[in-house]
Design a binder for this molecule. Structure first.
Ligand SMILES: *[C@@H]1O[C@H](CO)[C@@H](O)[C@H](O)[C@H]1NC(C)=O
Ligand SMILES: *[C@@H]1O[C@H](CO)[C@@H](O)[C@H](O)[C@H]1NC(C)=O
Ligand SMILES: *[C@@H]1O[C@H](CO)[C@@H](O)[C@H](O)[C@H]1NC(C)=O
Length: 446
């Protein structure tokens, strides 16, 4: 398995991000320049970036270790996404967490306020998930590092009753005889979670979502829970998008800043207003077995001017098997099914014409300067040519450059191609559910 040599990464890939910054607080001093939340636009904070509010609260890995772990995490996530894609259980709450605690933090977080008076929260957002959970006061086993929500001090908090529509959407609902309120358990790999289903008023930037339904975490067993709330941006029945349909019309976009960026100006923009007018789009495909995944129709890949010969079956959308391509905000490096990756990689190597070395999960690395051919992802009705920063990851010393994509690990039986963060960065990605389309536009959010 490719992950066995990953520790090697830490010897080489010393990026500047975590080493050259001196953020001393989470509040914006020390050179951190996160823009304020305004209107329906939320500033995106990188969970591991210099301005992360989690920075002081949890032990942070070095950037090199982060990268190593991130690659391992991608494997776990790929397994998770593939399992979602192929099973048809249709339950809306599916925990994303697995494996090591810290590493399960989705990369991107936004700030929110819940309850009356408002309590500050951090929410990780995840496009391939419908779940909405928040660590609540008194939770046993919830990690620290992020403020917990205290329902007892909110005058607008209501537990969701048993037998309600919402209660029927959650996995394993249980109703305590005295409480009459809906609780539920869910589990994923080594962890299990217990939560009460609650409603309160959620504020994001200048907007307020009254009666927002979420899982108030009571108990966590295992070590795989992120230390903040989760804002699932999937399309399922209890998802944030469905709950806020009247306000946001099931439309949002984000611009993910570069991993190397110190001054983040990435944003999550909710709703139809302020979205780019001129944007290339491709149809959004719906897999009825897995409504929360954002499937698109990737039809090919170009390296330089050449369209790579990829077996059509490696790209074809098939709701029965879950095969196809998804846009995901929770995977760091694009993962393709093996025949697709290998075809692209072989053409890439052919055009670079330099001796290839490998590094951890990356099998196409070069020592010294090389000329990198452009990679263009071809979608039905849209082409996206990736800027070099989205294709190649460099070591700080500039000596090693690796093609920052991978094949799904051998033996996983992966059917999904996952277009990940690194390849999306510095683009505004529009999810326009009512018009069934996903758009890409270049935007420097650095
Ligand atoms: C949920 O958790 C409670 C408390 O730990 C336990 O009693 C109950 O059996 C669990 N239910 C399911 C369906 O796992
Ligand atoms: C980040 O922002 C600060 C303050 O606006 C500025 O002085 C600094 O040059 C910026 N750094 C980068 C790398 O853009
Ligand atoms: C994907 O796009 C190709 C080319 O436009 C088209 O032939 C095919 O039917 C599309 N597949 C789906 C599932 O829409």
């Amino acid at each position: 398995m490719a992950t066995s040599s990953l520790p090697l990464l830490s010897l080489f890939l010393f990026f500047t991000l975590l080493h050259t910054t001196s953020c001393t607080t989470s509040t914006g001093s020390g050179g951190c320049a996160t823009s304020p939340d305004t209107g329906s636009t939320l500033s995106i904070i990188h969970a591991f970036g210099p301005c992360s509010p989690l920075r002081l609260a949890v032990p942070f890995p070095s950037w090199a270790d982060f990268l190593t772990d991130q690659t391992e995490r991608d494997t776990t996530r790929l397994l998770f996404l593939n399992s979602l894609a192929s099973t048809g259980t249709g339950k809306s709450f599916v925990p994303v967490a697995s494996g090591k605690q810290l590493l399960q933090i989705p990369n991107y977080i936004v700030r929110g306020r819940l309850g009356t008076p408002a309590q500050n929260l951090l929410l990780a957002f995840d496009t391939s998930n419908d779940a909405a959970w928040i660590p609540c006061n008194g939770c046993t086993g919830c990690p620290g590092g992020s403020p917990w929500f205290n329902p007892a001090t909110s005058t607008s908090y209501h537990p969701v009753p048993c037998g309600s529509y919402q209660c029927n959407q959650v996995p394993n609902p249980t109703c305590y005889p005295r409480a009459k309120s809906c609780s539920f358990n869910f589990s994923y790999t080594a962890s299990s979670f217990e939560a009460g289903l609650g409603q309160d008023s959620l504020s994001l930037a200048s907007d307020t979502v009254s009666s927002y339904t979420f899982g108030c975490l009571q108990k966590v067993a295992g070590n795989s829970i992120p230390p903040q709330g989760l804002l699932g941006l999937g399309r399922g029945p209890l998802s944030f998008l469905t709950q806020t349909k009247a306000i946001y019309g099931s439309t949002f976009s984000y611009c993910l800043p570069s991993f190397k960026s110190l001054n983040f100006s990435g944003t999550l923009r909710l709703g139809t207003s302020g979205q780019p007018k001129r944007i290339k789009t491709t149809p959004l495909l719906m897999n009825p077995h897995r409504s929360s995944l954002y499937y698109v129709n990737m039809t090919g890949i170009k390296v330089g001017r050449r369209t790579v010969a990829i077996p059509p079956s490696s790209l074809a959308f098939d709701p029965a098997t879950g095969a196809g391509t998804v846009i995901d905000s929770g995977t760091m490096f694009t993962q393709l099914v093996r025949p697709a990756y290998e075809a692209m990689r072989d053409e890439f190597r052919r055009q670079v014409k330099a001796p290839v070395t490998s590094l951890g999960g990356f099998d196409t690395c070069y020592n010294g300067p090389v000329t990198i051919p452009a990679i263009t992802l071809l979608f039905d009705g849209m082409q996206v040519t990736l800027p070099e920063d989205n294709v190649i990851i460099h070591s700080t010393y500039g000596t090693l450059s690796c093609l920052a994509m991978a094949a799904a690990p051998e033996g996983m039986n992966a059917v999904l191609n996952v277009i990940a963060n690194m390849q999306q960065q510095n683009h505004r990605i529009l999810f326009d559910v009512p018009n069934s389309r996903v758009g890409f536009a270049r935007e420097l959010c650095t």
